[in-house]
Design a protein around this ligand. Structure first.
Ligand code: FES
Length: 167
């Protein structure tokens, strides 16, 4: 009898321990699901200092979980009206680096000055305009504002509004 009680106690405690671990794991998973993304925690804004960009250089950043590129155009690149903007005498292109066909992430080929989408061969120019392949439209210009040498993605500044009005 003594042995049965001990076995029952042991099984009960084991079951309680397993249940406690399971409940803890469930609560942890629920908290992770409900926590906003890091970019949302900071108000949905991503601030990028572009003062160190070299001519012809492209950098990709994350904004609200999506890749956003900033390209400082080379001296021999022309400014595309409605797509590019000037800051301190330099020309920049910004866009969501997401293919407008089915959402793949095109790679920027610096030597060709084009974005190539590896999924179905879509090609965009350095201003994010679709040149060939299945993409039906240019890459989206995300809302941004200019603050000195910084771009603040998530804010709708005057230049963004001008570009958006021509899209
Ligand atoms: S997803 Fe880019 S071409 Fe299809």
């Amino acid at each position: 009898m003594e042995e049965n009680v001990n076995r029952r106690d042991f099984l009960g405690m084991s079951l309680a321990a397993v249940a406690a671990v399971g409940a803890g794991g469930t609560l942890f998973a629920m908290k992770k699901t409900w926590d906003p993304l890091p970019s949302v925690v900071t108000g949905g804004f991503t601030t990028v200092d572009i003062s160190q960009l070299q001519k012809g250089e492209l950098k990709t950043f994350e904004w609200r979980g999506q890749p956003v590129y900033v390209l400082k155009k080379a001296s021999d690149d022309k400014k595309v009206e409605g797509r590019d903007f000037e800051l301190d005498g330099e020309v920049y292109s910004v866009g969501l680096q997401v293919c407008t066909h089915l959402g793949c992430i095109p790679k920027y080929e610096e030597d060709k000055k084009e974005f190539l989408c590896g999924c179905h061969g879509g090609i965009f120019n350095s201003s994010g305009q679709n040149l060939s392949g299945p993409p039906p439209r240019p890459m989206t210009i995300p809302p941004f504002n200019i603050n000195g040498t910084k771009l603040v993605f998530g804010e709708e500044g005057d230049i963004y509004k001008q570009l958006a009005s021509k899209a």
